[in-house]
Design a binder for this molecule. Structure first.
Ligand code: AMP
Length: 254
């Protein structure tokens, strides 16, 4: 595996699969690397904690970072190129062009500017890496939906692949932010996947999930249309950690 830090070094051609990440890699990321490895001649993983998508400075400052751990995981999963640029490399002085996203759903409303940051960095990565396919997790369902919209709207020739959410044995969706939860908070957080699963098949899944959140106060509970599947998505705050999750209501992810 090669680690590259500048855009100029990355001049790839052919059948490239891209997995964008912010590091603190776990089994959810591994499943994306494996899918990319199985389907692509060259696998590029990006590792970039994108300041533009953080709506809270404290969240950005507390975001876990461990380059050596991440590089070892990426290498073990057969990643060919780890692209780990600096903030200055991605947002040089004078940077002033953004991909704005209207109507980015409840997560977009809850986190002003978040999807503008996500869309901008992903379009930059698509232009830098020129992948045939880019791999995203169902865990961030609205992100996947937004990026599907972005590539259609801007005629970017990249296939957006969405892979199922990987969970811990207790049902909590893996997230780089889970390390911030105390044991008590983690127990409380399990109310999120439980409420979402309990709502599958209900006549009114949004209200069914709300009713079984067990004291967790959601930012939103809403149905998100991913095209091939509809998911029930919610965000809750447990202590100072914000968690999101979703379950499939209809259809399936390929
Ligand atoms: P992040 O590093 O959190 O920005 O996530 C990078 C990619 O991994 C995104 O496409 C996420 O949706 C995906 N991802 C994060 N957690 C999971 C998970 N538990 N299962 C599957 N994919 C995930």
């Amino acid at each position: 595996m090669k680690t590259l830090r500048t855009i100029d070094e990355l001049r790839l051609t052919g059948d490239v699969g891209l997995v964008p990440t912010m590091g603190a890699l776990h089994d959810g990321h591994r499943s994306l690397f494996r899918a990319a490895r199985a389907e692509s001649d060259t696998v590029v993983a990006s590792l970039f904690v994108n300041p533009a998508q953080f709506d809270e400075q404290s969240d950005l400052a507390a975001y876990p970072r461990d380059f050596d751990h991440d590089a070892a995981i990426a290498e073990a999963e057969g990643v060919d190129v780890l692209f780990a640029p600096s903030v200055d490399e991605m947002y040089p002085a004078g940077f002033s062009t953004w991909v704005d996203v209207d109507d980015a759903g409840a997560e977009g409303e809850a986190r002003p500017g978040h999807f503008r940051g996500v869309a901008t960095v992903c379009v930059k990565l698509f232009n830098i890496v020129r992948p045939r396919r880019a791999y995203f997790g169902q865990k961030d369902a609205q992100q996947a939906a937004v990026l599907g919209r972005v590539v259609r709207d801007l005629d970017i020739d990249v296939e957006i692949r969405v892979l199922p959410t990987v969970r811990d044995d207790d049902g909590l969706a893996l997230s780089s932010r889970n390390v911030r939860l105390s044991p008590e908070e983690r127990e409380f957080a399990l109310g999120l996947p439980r409420a979402l699963h309990a709502a599958i098949g209900a006549d009114d899944p949004v209200n069914a999930a709300r009713a079984s959140l067990n004291g967790l106060d959601p930012d939103y509970v809403e149905v998100v249309d991913l095209g091939e599947a509809k998911v029930l998505a919610a965000a809750v705050r447990v202590g100072s950690t914000r968690l999101i999750d979703n379950v499939i209501l209809e259809g399936e992810l390929s």
